[in-house]
Every structure is written in structure tokens, then in C-alpha cells.
Design a protein around this ligand. Structure first.
Ligand code: APR
Length: 225
């Protein structure tokens, strides 16, 4: 079966990584426009690097949970396209291959001057120079608000060609990911949502499975093995 899965911060919540819009959400300490926009980076690169250095450290400490591992098992039995909005590497560390990071990844560094990409060091600073062009223009390879998410052509194709689309742990607040279920549905694809609470785009799904991902994802995967 061709399955396209979209994951959000909720799948990593039980690994200890805070989600964005919960009360203890990540943005609490910082205004989004200060740490997750190109303008915020231009205004205060030191603050933005500090913010992502903290997230990179937390992500490297975190462990994949049963939900990440169940999706890796699913990939062994079905034609799975795994798209994540998350910038942690817990899917890969849980055994998934070929994960599509549409919002980039904490493990990646990007030169704002020459577009060169390389593995991000644990700590990045505005003084770092690009290994390719030596400009002091290094930034986390993260897609910020107002920027274009990565791999969109491949994602739209995977949504249109799936037998099943499943969204896990995402609030449906941020586009284009929040529009994936509607796009799949318009192409005749069954859409299921696994979430802890009702999302903003719940009406786009044929059915919901409510509960913590570490329980609902292994249970759902087991029905397909
Ligand atoms: N199990 C399953 N779902 C959970 C759990 C859990 N244990 N804990 C929280 N959730 C769900 C919440 O109900 C919510 O629907 O995870 C979702 C988290 O929503 P957000 O914090 O908005 O995260 P996400 O949807 O991934 O945000 C999308 O917005 O901030 C930007 O670029 C950032 O990728 C992010 C994007």
C-alpha cells in the first residue's frame, strides 16, 4: 500500500521536545518573529543562533519513542513516504530512511551568501565562516516563516498518488502542511489524523484516532503489518 505520512511536533513531544503551540510551547520564551524569520536573523543573528544551538542540543539529547520506531517498521512493509515538519533527527534515529524534512533540519548548516550546505556543528555563531565562500553568513538550515518549504514537488506528488494519507501530531496551524489533507482528499485519498487534541483542520480528515502518539502510532501500524 502507498502511504504518505506527515508528522509534526506532537510525535516528538513524548521524547521530551516541546511543541510550539502548547502552553509550555517553544515560542513562549521567544517571539516567532525574533527567532524564526529571516528578518529576525538579520536583526539579531546571535539570538537566533543561541535559540537553535539550544534546540540542537535538546534534540541530540532526546531519544526516539515508540511512535518513531513504529513508522520505521511500517516502512519495511509498505511504500511509505515520510514527510516531517520537525527539524529533529528522531525519525532517522528511530530507523526511518529517506525522511523528507520540509522545514529543514537542526543537523544542517546553510550559507546565506552562497547557498552552500554542510553538517551543522553543535554550536553555531555569527562569526563562523562558510567553508565554501568564507562569508560570515552561516545560518541553521531551517525553513523560517516567510520562506519556501523544501521538497514540495515530491510531497504534492506523494499526496496525490497515495492510497492513504496520515497526519500525526500536527496542529494544522501552518501552511502548506495544514493543506495536505485537503489536497489528498481532493485526489480521492483516505485521510486519517492521529492527534492528542483536535487540530485546526480536523474537518479535512475522514477519521481521527485520539491519544498520545507513542500509543496510537504503534497500534495503528500493527493493523497494517
Ligand atoms: N501525541 C500526539 N500528538 C501530540 C502529543 C502527543 N503526545 N502532544 C502534542 N500533540 C499534538 C498537539 O495536539 C498538536 O496538534 O501535536 C500538535 C503540536 O502542534 P504544534 O505545536 O503547532 O506543532 P506543529 O503542528 O508541528 O507546528 C507546525 O509550525 O511552528 C512552526 O515550523 C514550525 O514545524 C512547525 C510548524
Amino acid at each position: 500500500m502507498r502511504i504518505t505520512v506527515l508528522t509534526g511536533a506532537g510525535i516528538s513531544a513524548e521524547s521530551g521536545l516541546p511543541t510550539f503551540r502548547a502552553s509550555d510551547g517553544l515560542w513562549e520564551d521567544h517571539r516567532i518573529e525574533d527567532v524564526a524569520t529571516p528578518e529576525g536573523f538579520a536583526r539579531d543573528p546571535e539570538l537566533v543562533h543561541r535559540f537553535y544551538n539550544m534546540r540542537r542540543a535538546a534534540a541530540s539529547e532526546a531519544q526516539p519513542n515508540a511512535a518513531h520506531r513504529a513508522l520505521a517498521q511500517l516502512q519495511d512493509h509498505h511504500d511509505l513516504t515520510l514527510v516531517t515538519q520537525n527539524v529533529d533527527a528522531l525519525h532517522e534515529r528511530g530507523g526511518s530512511r529517506d525522511v523528507i524534512h520540509m522545514h529543514g533540519a537542526l543537523d544542517g548548516a546553510l550559507c546565506a551568501e552562497c547557498d552552500h550546505r554542510w553538517p551543522a556543528p553543535a554550536i553555531m555563531s555569527p562569526d563562523d565562516r562558510c567553508p565554501n565562500c568564507a562569508a560570515p553568513a552561516t545560518r541553521p538550515d531551517i525553513v523560517w516563516f516567510g520562506e519556501i518549504p523544501y521538497h514540495m514537488d515530491r510531497i504534492w506528488t506523494a499526496l496525490e498518488g497515495a492510497d492513504l494519507f496520515v497526519a500525526i501530531g500536527t496542529s494544522g496551524n501552518v501552511y502548506p502542511a495544514a493543506g495536505f489533507a485537503q489536497h489528498a482528499s481532493r485526489n480521492g485519498v483516505e485521510c486519517v489524523e492521529l492527534n492528542l487534541q483536535t487540530s485546526m483542520n480536523a474537518r479535512d480528515f475522514d477519521r481521527q484516532i485520539m491519544g498520545p502518539a507513542s500509543e496510537t502510532v504503534p497500534e495503528w501500524v500493527a493493523t497494517l503489518l
